[in-house]
Design a protein. Structure first.
Length: 223
């Protein structure tokens, strides 16, 4: 008897409520970490490019630290150590949201820094020539172009973020992978559930990757 003949895909239907709940948290975590990460990452990028040496050094230290530590270790640190320092449990879901936002900010920061540096220096000088301050020039001239230039790469990093959310499984957060484990135990069919969830990850990531490719072609036309 072949491997596929032994699968019982009929358990997928009854387990969809579990999967849906896990998917909602995974999407929620991805969107919050993406939004917070881009905002914080942009601030870090501006700090790294700032002429204020202590500010640039602090931002550089933060980015390099986060990028040199495995994400799983950071997740465990926040989940285990922060409650010891504060004296209050943070919960797996809150811990995951904070961890991913702070961790992803370091990666979004490098993307935004490259985007800011891709804007011709002449446009910065032109903004300053008409009386704009440094922050006005960044807000009205540089950042809009940097976001447009880096949008495909930002979305690519978000796809990676979506895949990495499965690591919260290690602290018991009820994400898509954890939902598959629960459903697999309930129906005693773990293999079917893991295969189905892998298919869900593939469909979502493939759709997002096609969107990135489309945006790349659109931005190339605009240029």
């Amino acid at each position: 008897m072949s491997f596929f003949a032994q699968l019982d895909l009929s358990v997928i239907g009854p387990s969809l409520p579990f999967i849906w709940t896990g998917l909602l948290f995974t999407v929620k975590l991805t969107l919050i970490a993406m939004t917070g990460g881009i905002i914080l990452g942009t601030l870090l990028a501006l700090a790294r490019l700032s002429p204020i040496a202590p500010l640039a050094m602090a931002a550089t230290w933060y980015v390099n630290l986060m990028r040199s530590i495995p994400l799983l270790m950071v997740i465990l640190w926040f989940f285990l150590i922060i409650p010891l320092l504060t004296g209050k449990p943070m919960g797996a879901e809150n811990s995951a949201i904070i961890t991913f936002t702070l961790f992803e900010a370091a990666y979004y920061s490098e993307i935004m820094r490259a985007g800011i540096q891709s804007v011709p220096r002449g446009q910065v000088m032109a903004g300053q020539a008409i009386g704009m301050t440094y922050w006005q020039t960044m807000g009205h001239v540089v950042l809009p172009q940097a976001f447009r230039n880096m949008l495909p790469i930002l979305l690519t990093q978000t796809i990676i973020l979506f895949q990495d959310t499965s690591l919260v499984y290690a602290i018991g957060a009820k994400d898509l992978l954890k939902a598959a484990e629960i459903a697999g135990k309930n129906y005693n069919r773990p293999i079917e559930m893991y295969i189905f969830v892998a298919f869900v990850y593939f469909v979502i990531c493939f759709a997002l990757s096609r969107l990135v490719k489309h945006l790349q072609s659109r931005i190339a036309i605009i240029r």
